[in-house]
Design a protein around this ligand. Structure first.
Ligand code: DOR
Length: 445
């Protein structure tokens, strides 16, 4: 069996940073300790001066396959994820066809088994008429159910209140929701069209997809979850106001209502629209500086449970359209961790907190089996980080198929040097190992 010893690493894990050695045998961590004797055949990597994090588990990505492969594929984006220290991803159902039948869900898994470079799990999409399919899902293989309670890429709006109630009442799965109130958005859009005609400025995006739209929808979803006892996870919080809907006085494992925040809502605010234009058009919209500050605070005080990307690539041509026709979303998986490490240097977040929110908590929340921690017996998914290396994001370094990034020109402090996936070096200083070690995620429930 292949053995690897990573020595002298500063391991960021479970609230501490400790210098130890890690022995990996096969695809799992065999031992964590000091002064470990190993056999002559064991490969040794001296990680002196570097930090080791558990591989990140990104609970929200859009890899566009099947059907939207002009934007991205599972292969291209999972490679970019590895370069960004993300070793496991949960992918969304708004592909074409949508992942709303068991057949499509199996087909996506089958495709990933052959093409993914990172560990994968696929959320199942709820619609107004697929409750029978939802009830037939295998909870050990499906991470969660995804419901669009506001329209976004892919027309997957679930808007029948009776259907919603039935889904909330009947599934044991985590229900992950996109919350933006449709009626509010439509009214705001109509008002903007009356004022600007076809030339709506991008700065109107957070006014159209407003705080009110977010708050109305997430509070309604939470009310329904409380009424039905459902396990609800609200995706991509973007406003200060919504934070009042969540609690931080109980541990995550006891929470029935949880929240995610994405890197773009932490990094950007509405003053960035002028320079970045539609490249930072997301649903929900990037909002004010006050919202941005509140999200950092909410993350650090545990009102927000999970850090993710909502990686959602579109082509540059699509993004170059006028406001209403330009799709929302942007590629992020390669740069989320560098952005967070840079935020660490700016005293916005501790390294231990990054690991808690991006590695441990997704594992707890979705019952991901044997991942998300540096622990003996767990899969060896690890990231080697150089905390002090500064580098500028250049187009030539991007692994995204769409070939652009909202971070182009940004200088980050903190780089991903290597990524270990299931015990194998999967990414090493700019290079992806052509041999994939990816596995399907399983869920321990
Ligand atoms: O900005 C977004 N883009 N938000 C979503 O919820 C969907 C995503 C996409 O798939 O393009």
């Amino acid at each position: 069996m292949r053995a690897l010893k990573i020595s002298n690493a500063k391991i960021v894990n479970e609230g501490t940073i400790e210098q130890k050695d890690i022995l990996i045998e096969g695809n799992r961590i065999a031992k964590i300790g000091s002064d470990m004797e190993v056999s002559e055949t064991t490969e040794v990597f001296d990680a002196s001066g570097k930090y080791i994090l558990p591989g990140l588990i990104d609970d929200q990505v859009h890899f566009r396959e099947p059907g939207l492969t002009h934007k991205a594929t599972i292969e291209t984006e999972s490679k970019a994820a590895l370069a960004g220290g993300i070793t496991s991803f949960l992918e969304m159902p708004n592909t074409s066809p949508q992942t709303t039948t068991l057949e499509q869900w199996e087909a996506k898994n089958e495709r990933a088994a052959h093409t993914s470079y990172a560990n994968y799990g696929f959320m199942f999409g709820g619609t107004n008429d697929n409750l029978d399919q939802i009830l037939a899902l295998d909870n050990k293989r499906v991470p969660a159910l995804k419901l669009f309670l506001g329209s976004s890429t892919g027309n997957m709006l679930v808007d029948d209140p009776e259907v919603l109630k039935k889904i909330f009442r009947n599934t044991n799965l985590v229900i992950a929701v996109h919350c933006e109130d449709e009626t509010t958005i439509r009214e705001n859009l109509k008002a903007a069209q009356a004022k600007y005609g076809d030339a709506i400025p991008i700065e109107q995006h957070p006014i159209i997809r407003s705080e009110k739209a977010c708050y109305l929808s997430s509070s309604k979803a939470i009310e329904l979850a409380k009424e039905t006892g459902a396990r609800l996870h609200v995706f991509h919080l973007s406003t200060a106001k919504e934070l009042s809907l969540f609690r931080n006085d109980i541990p995550l494992s006891e929470k029935k209502i949880t929240a995610e925040v994405c890197v773009h809502h932490l990094w950007f605010n509405d003053s960035d629209y002028k320079e970045k234009g539609t490249h930072i058009k997301w649903n929900p919209a990037v909002k004010t500086k006050k919202d941005q500050e509140a999200l950092w605070e909410g993350l650090n005080t545990d009102l927000l449970d999970v850090l993710a990307t909502d990686h959602a690539p579109h082509t540059l041509e699509e993004k170059a359209n006028p406001y209403t026709a330009a799709p929302s979303g942007g590629p992020l998986v390669q740069h989320a961790l560098p952005a967070l490490l840079t935020a660490y240097h700016q005293n916005r977040i501790a390294l231990e907190k990054i690991v808690e929110k991006a590695c441990h908590n997704p594992a707890i929340l979705f019952d991901v089996k044997d991942r998300g921690y540096v622990r003996e017996g767990y899969f060896a998914d690890l990231v080697v980080v150089d905390l002090d290396r500064e580098y500028k994001v250049e187009k030539t370094d991007l692994l995204y198929q769409c070939g652009w990034s909202p971070f182009e020109g940004t200088t980050f402090k903190g780089s991903i040097e290597k990524t270990l996936l299931n015990g194998q070096w999967a990414y090493d200083q700019g290079k992806i190992n052509p041999k994939s070690a990816a596995m399907a995620l399983t869920f321990d429930r």
